[in-house]
Design a protein around this ligand. Structure first.
Ligand code: IFM
Length: 450
């Protein structure tokens, strides 16, 4: 029967968990590191809930050995983390800080010894402040700066890292950082937004080119996607859903994999939509080895002229929502993976983030009971399996997150971890979802049917 053939995942499917540098490491200026734009953002009153910062976070910079111990205990076969650009290049370009590099060398060596595949992301939102001062993602030179940084990292780690991602969620950087100003660098300019998106994409392409010259393994990019469902079948709502899809999902994947922007963007950005040099599109559309998909929810949208600039407003659904107020909608993960496969062809996919922020209770006898997260994990993994049954080439799944951590402008108020972190003591406590994930991993997915 079909079902029994698909009970377990393919041999070699990666079972991982993810984090990012600024969210877990702490010690942002240790050992000669330079400040990042997030270091500054957090120091601007009113921008981060409770005035919290990543100064300590999960203290992973000092506790990485213990954290690898937890990864082993969970049975992870892969770990996705990001590199802090300003630890390695304190001014963003030029001088290399060997002590910063050593941190990542030690980390990937220890992961190797633990039999855990490292998956490194070069840019997960923390830009060296020195580069912010030179215009950050507004400056076209950033493609060269990023390529220089990428070369340093490939030369240092490619022997041990066999899976690289250039950027994490470029849409969030441009939308949150340049349009709405809720993330670093905190700008609010529709004129800057398409330039930021475009330079992120150019930087990605430049790093892929360097990798082809220097690297031996695989490189891709991580995007966050969500199905955009029209609230009604009215032509206005259908058009709003298409605009929302173009803005969030296709704005990045189309140029990356098809070589052009979706036509809706010119209408969305209006007079802020620039004419980009034609040659840029070849530079962006470089062959990549995989796409990482971060999935958290869908959105149901209606025509809403006041919802600037896309004129697509979210219609909150009645079902369960996480503490981020994101609807829990596992079917959307299968839908979006199938959509990527249909629209963009046979590029291998990884689910590089998926998880839920929940109001977890205090630990009882060494465990945090989080039944909603257990169900979330199981339902989303079943959705991944359905997409695979439908022919999509998914090669791994990374839960967000290994640890409770710094949720950007929400500070430490949102807990996404499989492992609870008590921020006062830095004590780690596993949640029931971590124990459940171990069962899934050990059975290579069969436990999802129990
Ligand atoms: O914490 C973030 C992560 O940095 C990027 N993807 C979404 C997560 C939850 O908001």
């Amino acid at each position: 029967m079909m079902a029994s053939a698909t009970r377990t995942f393919p041999k070699g499917f990666l079972w991982g968990a993810a984090t990012s540098a600024y969210q877990v490491e702490g010690s942002p200026l240790a050992d000669g590191a330079g400040p990042s734009n997030w270091h500054r953002f957090c120091r601007t009153p009113g921008l981060v809930k409770g005035g919290e910062t990543g100064d300590v976070a999960c203290d992973h910079y000092n506790r990485w050995k213990e954290d690898i111990g937890w990864m082993k205990e969970l049975g992870l076969t892969a770990y996705r983390f990001s590199i802090s650009w300003s630890r390695v290049l304190p001014e963003g370009t030029g001088r290399v800080n060997e002590k910063g590099l050593d941190f990542y060398r030690r980390l990937v060596d220890a992961l190797g010894e633990a039999g855990i595949e490292p998956n490194a992301t070069l840019f997960h939102w923390d830009l060296p402040a020195a580069l912010e001062d030179r215009g950050g993602w507004q400056n076209r030179e950033i493609a060269d700066w990023f390529a220089e940084y990428a070369r340093v990292m490939f030369r240092a780690l490619d022997g041990r890292v066999r899976m690289w991602a250039t950027l994490n969620e470029p849409w969030v950087v441009s939308d949150g950082g340049y349009l709405h100003g809720v993330l670093a660098p905190g700008h609010r300019s529709i004129f800057e937004t398409p330039l930021a998106s475009h330079n992120l994409l150019r930087a990605h392409g430049a790093a892929v080119d360097v990798y082809r010259a220097e690297g031996k393994h695989r490189i891709g990019i991580v995007v966050n996607l969500e199905p955009k469902h029209p609230a009604t079948r009215s032509p206005q709502d259908l058009a709003a859903a298409r605009r929302a899809d173009a803005y969030m999902n296709r704005q990045f994947l189309d140029p990356l994999l098809l070589g052009s922007y979706p036509e809706e963007l010119a209408g969305i950005y209006g007079e802020a939509w620039p004419e980009f040099p034609a040659a840029d599109f070849d530079a962006i559309r470089r062959p990549i080895d995989f796409v990482g998909v971060n999935y958290y929810s869908r959105s149901v949208v209606k025509h809403e002229p006041k919802a600037w600039p896309v004129a697509a407003g979210r219609v909150r659904q009645p079902g369960m929502h996480t503490e981020m107020d994101w609807e829990i909608y596992p079917d959307g993960l299968a839908e979006i993976l199938l959509w990527v496969g249909e629209r963009y062809g046979k590029v291998p996919l990884y689910v590089t983030e998926n998880g839920a922020a929940l109001a977890d209770p205090e630990p009882v006898e060494g465990i945090v009971h989080d039944p909603v997260r257990v169900a979330y994990l199981a339902d989303h993994l079943r959705a991944v399996r359905r997409a695979m049954d439908g022919g999509v080439d998914v090669r791994g799944y990374f839960a967000w997150s290994l640890l409770d951590n710094f949720e950007w402008s929400q500070g430490f108020s949102k807990r996404f971890g499989l492992i609870r972190v008590d921020y006062a003591t830095q004590k780690r406590t596993p949640k029931a979802s971590a124990r459940y994930y171990t069962k899934v991993i050990q059975s290579n997915g069969a436990a999802l049917d129990e």
